[in-house]
Design a protein around this ligand. Structure first.
Ligand SMILES: [Zn+2]
Length: 386
């Protein structure tokens, strides 16, 4: 049985979806004002591996990714290019789709621009005000987190620790850590007319509206980078519970580690960003996938071309195996194939799974048989071409 590390409980748990045949996954998507870098790609590669594995187990997956197009960076890019935020979002969404496809990521079933959900956000913010868990202060609307009984549960923070954060600073806030839902004060180049006041829906609320509208009362996995745990996912969970009345809106919170470059966080100003569109010109998607899967998804990793190239012998061995498959599988290899699956069952332990593949391919090289069906099944889960 698949076990996943759930950030909510801080433990590996048996993964049992709400619906026995369908797994609904929400992944926090990109802010669409730039190209996709390897840190983003790792997130989608991780859930692609998970989806492929669940599909192999006979479960369907429905993967929803939100596209953040209501954001100052998107607005700035629109201003620079004398165009609209929508055009900027469309351009970079197309590039995002191309980048993901180039890496063999096929699992995403729905993409949702948050700007298509503004009327839902307005209604939901209104509902939170009516429930007296949100309030207006100097035109802005905030979530009163002191009214949320388990606030701090995902990020494991006490009230006192939460109160150390100075979030969404504005006059009249009741608690330092209250999160903004609707912003009317800052001067944006784009804004929405609303009963809440002319302004823009704030980040956390955008994702909540997309998830509630698409998935209803609950869904199985919420994914994204680990750095989104607080305040983003803490706020999302609180809002989701308050809006749907669901006691368990999300079955498992699964977070992916960061990708550093030259030991630092990737940033344009440091000039150390590894763009997918550049990387894919030099290396095959198969090699990039083996490289990403050679690290456990929860660990941070530091990009290095040397490490990437160190996966080349394994890829060559897989290629050699492809040329030697037959109609039957030797018993020893069946046992190894079974332990490959067990590795993935153990919180998607892909480094251990790759070690099993290396053993399988070495056995085939030494003369033991592997059927084409068994070989293709393993390659399909990893998204490696056969
Ligand atoms: Zn999000």
């Amino acid at each position: 049985m698949l076990k996943l590390f759930n950030s909510f409980s801080s433990s590996k748990q048996d993964f049992v979806p709400f619906n026995e045949n369908l797994v609904k996954i929400f992944i926090c998507g990109p802010t669409v004002y730039d190209y996709t870098h390897l840190g983003h790609a790792r997130i989608f590669l991780t859930y692609d591996l998970l989806s492929r594995y669940l599909n192999d187990k006979g479960l369907q997956t429905d993967v929803l990714v939100n596209l953040t197009d209501i954001n100052q960076n998107v607005f700035n890019k629109a201003k620079e290019n004398l165009t609209t935020y929508k055009d900027v979002a469309k351009f970079y969404t197309s590039a995002f789709v191309v980048d993901l496809q180039s890496l063999g990521i096929e699992s995403i079933t729905r993409l949702a621009y948050v700007s298509d959900y503004v009327s839902s956000i307005e209604k939901q913010v209104q509902k939170l005000i009516e429930k007296k868990v949100a309030y207006t202060a100097h035109g802005n609307v905030y979530l009163d987190v002191s009214r949320v009984h388990n606030y701090g549960q995902i990020s494991k923070q006490t009230r006192a620790q939460l109160n150390m954060h100075r979030l969404d600073i504005g006059p009249g806030k009741k608690n330092q850590e209250d999160v903004m839902l609707w912003n009317c004060t800052d001067d944006f180049d784009f804004s929405w007319e609303s009963d809440l006041g002319k302004g823009i829906p704030w980040w956390h609320m955008q994702d909540t509206a997309v998830a509630v509208e698409n998935f209803g009362k609950n869904y199985d996995i919420h994914g994204g980078a680990r750095e989104l745990l607080y305040p983003h996912h803490e706020a999302h969970l609180a809002q989701y519970e308050l809006l749907t009345g669901s006691e368990e809106p999300v079955r498992a919170w699964v977070h992916v580690g960061l990708v550093f470059s030259d030991g630092e966080k990737m940033s344009k100003s440091l000039g150390n960003v590894v763009w997918v569109k550049d990387l894919i010109k030099k290396y095959s998607s198969d090699l990039i996938r083996l490289y990403i899967f050679s690290k456990h998804y929860r660990d941070d990793m530091n990009f290095s071309e040397k490490d990437l190239l160190s996966q080349k012998p394994l890829l060559d061995l897989i290629r050699l195996t492809a040329s030697r498959v037959s109609d039957t599988t030797h018993e020893d290899i069946s046992i190894l194939a079974h332990s490959f699956m067990e590795s993935l069952d153990d919180d998607l332990d892909s480094p251990s799974a790759l070690a099993k593949i290396e053993k399988i391919c070495t056995e085939v090289k030494n003369g033991k048989s592997l059927s084409k069906i068994d070989f293709n099944r393993i390659c399909k889960i990893l998204g490696i071409h056969t």
